[in-house]
Ligand binder design. Structure first.
Ligand code: HEM
Length: 467
């Protein structure tokens, strides 16, 4: 049986959940929370889906911005020095100034996407194209690898490993999650499929960590060349190249190859689904709001020369595109409760005790849908960020969603600058080259007459792109 852990949530502005350890500071009370049952606490009151909404309701009922929820869990994970180095490498390699050197990679991948869409105009399923775009961007930034437009082996390796990780990460998926002693049964034992699967997934993860790294390193070392390949005309700058150069130069900030290899492998898993989700959300918003699309296209027409595509240097002149990207990140935020963190020392908030070891969850969803900050928060409305007088971005009207959509504190998403630039460039390019409309389908009426009608949106929505 796991330890009983008390969780807290800050909800009016966010949410915090954390676990109590034994060293209590008796002087201060714990934050308020919903009444639970003996032994199981609030375990059965927290839904397994959309739990951030429940936290938000409790917060409103108890009129508090910090909430304490008691849940039984045995899950704990400590971030040691080894992992800290990975985080430092990711943050350093993807900071704003570093990301600027990868803009040619983003532009190249986005232009290839436009070409694929043009070649394949009857295919209304945008999502596989967006997956290809983000895979291409991340693999080229991480390793300098130029991937194939179809059936790329590096994407396959990364996707296989990712799928295994996603399945394994769902708590309670396997019986061993509930009965830990099962981990000692042999792999051939009936019911021990988790062991065979774990072996398979661990092999896939090893491939993902080792194969792109070894291939790209081999190429970098073989060419011993500068950061620009004349042959392809594309920048070959990559995080791997910079990191290896730093080892070669014997810099005191150099990371070991182990750390470099693991960090690069993590970027795909952390950055691909999240970026695709924000892009699809944005297309959904534009499908539902043709007036926003028209306004954005008008701004682009006034700034970008005919026959050209916008690039990231145009961002200051295209505030409405920025507003659309920010609204997409806010409207259907990809990570509503980000990743739980654990407190390493005792803390205090508004006179409440937050004990060391507590698990803290910030309710980003509540922050990004707070109607005191964002009027009509469930509406897709990029204009909320625009000053109507100047047409410029004005975050005093509605707070920049970046304060909550990429996590918090030292472990804030290191890929946030690249994610934002990828999203911005995708939207600007897509709406320069295409109109985006709901797909049409032919249906036969009971009278036998054949008519064309708009496909209404479901969660499996489709889009049609019109040149
Ligand atoms: C719209 C796209 C993205 C969203 C919404 C997003 C969101 C997040 C969030 C909420 C976290 C957890 C932060 C925390 O613990 O407080 C995170 C962590 C992380 N993200 Fe992102 N992310 C996105 C794109 C990316 C991209 C493109 C990359 C890299 C290429 C990336 C790499 C990472 C890594 C490595 C971590 C783990 C950081 C750590 O634990 O120290 N993310 N992301």
């Amino acid at each position: 049986m796991g330890t009983y852990i008390d969780f807290f949530a800050i909800l009016a502005t966010g949410a915090l959940l954390y676990a109590i350890n034994r060293r209590r500071k008796p002087s201060l009370p714990l934050p308020p929370g919903p009444k639970g049952l003996p032994l199981v606490g609030n375990l059965f009151q927290v839904p397994s889906k959309l739990e951030w909404m429940r936290y938000h309701e409790w917060s409103a009922e108890l009129d508090t911005d910090i909430l304490h929820v008691q849940i039984d869990t045995s899950f704990r994970y400590r971030l040691g020095d080894f992992w800290r180095k990975h985080r430092r490498l990711a943050q350093k390699s993807l900071q704003l100034t570093a990301v600027k050197q990868y803009r040619p990679h983003l532009a190249q991948a986005t232009r290839k996407l436009l070409k694929r869409l043009l070649d394949d105009r009857n295919d209304s399923n945008l999502i596989p194209h967006l997956r290809q775009l983000t895979a291409e961007t991340i693999l080229s930034v991480a390793y300098g690898i130029q991937i194939q437009q179809e059936n790329d082996p590096y994407i396959k390796i990364s996707e296989d490993a990712n799928q295994g990780a996603i399945i394994a990460a769902v708590p309670g998926r396997f019986l061993v999650d509930t009965i830990p002693i099962l981990r000692y049964v042999p792999a051939w034992f009936p019911g021990a499929s988790f062991k065979r699967k774990a072996r398979e997934w661990s092999k896939m993860t090893r491939l993902m960590v080792e194969v792109p790294y070894a291939d790209a390193k081999g190429r970098i070392v073989a060419t011993l060349t500068i950061a620009f390949s004349e042959e392809s005309g594309n920048s070959t700058a990559s995080i791997l190249r910079t990191s290896l150069q730093s080892i070669g130069a014997g810099g005191k900030d150099a990371f070991t190859e182990d750390v470099i290899r693991n960090t690069l492998a993590v970027l795909y898993g952390a950055g691909s689904d999240t970026t695709v989700a924000s892009m699809t959300t944005c297309v959904l918003g534009l499908l539902e709001h043709p007036e926003v699309l028209k306004k954005a296209q008008a701004q682009i027409d006034g700034v970008v020369k005919p026959g050209h595509l916008p690039d990231l240097d145009d961002e200051p002149s295209l505030p409405y595109i920025t507003a659309i990207a920010k609204e997409a990140l806010r409207w259907r935020d990809v990570t509503p409760i980000a990743i739980p963190h654990a407190l390493s020392t005792d803390d205090e908030y508004k006179g409440y005790r937050l004990p060391a070891g507590a698990i803290v969850i910030a309710n980003a969803w509540a922050m990004l849908h707070d109607e005191n900050v964002y009027a009509n928060p469930f509406e897709f409305n990029p204009d909320r960020f625009i000053d109507p007088e100047t047409g410029k971005i004005d975050y005093s009207r509605a707070r920049d969603p970046l304060h909550a959509c990429f996590g918090f504190g030292r472990r804030i998403c290191p890929g946030r600058f690249m994610a934002f630039e990828s999203l911005w460039l995708l939207i600007a390019s897509l709406i320069t080259a295409f109109d985006i409309e709901k797909a049409k389908e032919k249906v036969t009426l009971p009278s036998g007459e054949e008519v064309e009608r708009t496909v209404e949106l479901t969660h499996e929505y489709t889009a049609a792109l019109i040149v």
